[in-house]
Design a protein around this ligand. Sequence first.
Ligand SMILES: NC(=O)c1ccc[n+]([C@@H]2O[C@H](COP(=O)([O-])OP(=O)(O)OC[C@H]3O[C@@H](n4cnc5c(N)ncnc54)[C@H](O)[C@@H]3O)[C@@H](O)[C@H]2O)c1
Length: 338
Amino acid sequence: MTRLGLIGLGTWGKNLLRNFSNLPECEVLVCCDQKKEQLEKIQNIYPKFKFVQNYKEVLKDKDVDAVVIATPPDSHFEIAYQAISFEKDVFVEKPMVLKIEEGEKLLRVAKDKKRILMVGHIMEYHSAVLKLKEYVKGGELGDVYYLYATRVNLGKVRDIENALWSFAPHDISMILFLLGEEPKTVTATGQCYLQKKKGIEDVAFLTLHFDDGVMAHIHVSWLDPHKERKLTIVGNKKMAVFDDMRSAEKIWIYDKGVDTKLDYNTYGEYLSLRFGDILIPKIDSSEPLKAECQHFIQCVNDRNTPRSDGEDGLRILKVLEAAQRSLEKGGTPEEIKS
Ligand SMILES: NC(=O)c1ccc[n+]([C@@H]2O[C@H](COP(=O)([O-])OP(=O)(O)OC[C@H]3O[C@@H](n4cnc5c(N)ncnc54)[C@H](O)[C@@H]3O)[C@@H](O)[C@H]2O)c1
């Protein structure tokens, strides 16, 4: 039985707490938030847990095997690094940390201490994404030409990380997971409207370039009239749309494309448009966060490497850092460190 300490019980931490506390394979021992009012809100729901305001008390608690970190990103490195130094396994929310050097240091200490390090790249646990991966890997869509993802809504406006660092880890991790490869370059543009003085971009558009001309475009914003969570994949055989705002029928596979003929007289005959059937596959409707929490506990119990391990965290971090460089230079193509 894995015994857990949760650090950071704000908007997202509460969801993590709800899921972990419902898993029979683990036991939540202690909850920590530096704000007393956050603790008081949950104390009524979970009176049996221990509540502390200083995260170091969680780390020093010898009964705690693993910690779950859902504090703002600028504190991830310090808390995760110390937790591993205290021999705890660690689940840390996205973005893993804010600098590549910090990410590399975290991976090193996790390796030295033989600790599990998992990053909250939730889309890699989403049943729709797992289904799409089957289609991409199995060749159902043919060769992938390009993809585009939209993750926009109104709020929550953050004041530490910009919309790129807040939202894009989801889409970058999902796209890299689906393609099974890493981009070579990225271009990004964006603007600060609400917090100009602080230089925090509310909106960003990025384009990742992979080998063989494969391209992925990502639009993220917390200043938008729509709430959209959508991914379109265009392959040379079929096309897929994943709409995460739908409560059911989240994936639509379109047998659409443009075929070329060997035998033709005119250019019009050479290219023929294909409008075939639409398939809506049945997918498991369970909460992705539950699958993610279960995966972490399983990895801790079996000492297995998580799907979204520290290496995955570092891969996403390298894309984010290059995208940030591009953003600051007004959209120049930036190489992604391998
Ligand atoms: N996976 C997802 O879909 C998803 C969704 C939302 C947020 N997140 C991530 O979760 C993390 C938290 O986001 P949030 O929206 O819950 O933020 P939040 O501001 O609502 O909550 C953060 C909490 O951490 C506490 N905290 C800050 N520093 C602390 C410290 N040193 N010790 C103890 N407590 C501390 C704050 O008091 C606050 O209650 C971020 O990394 C964010 O990117 C992930």
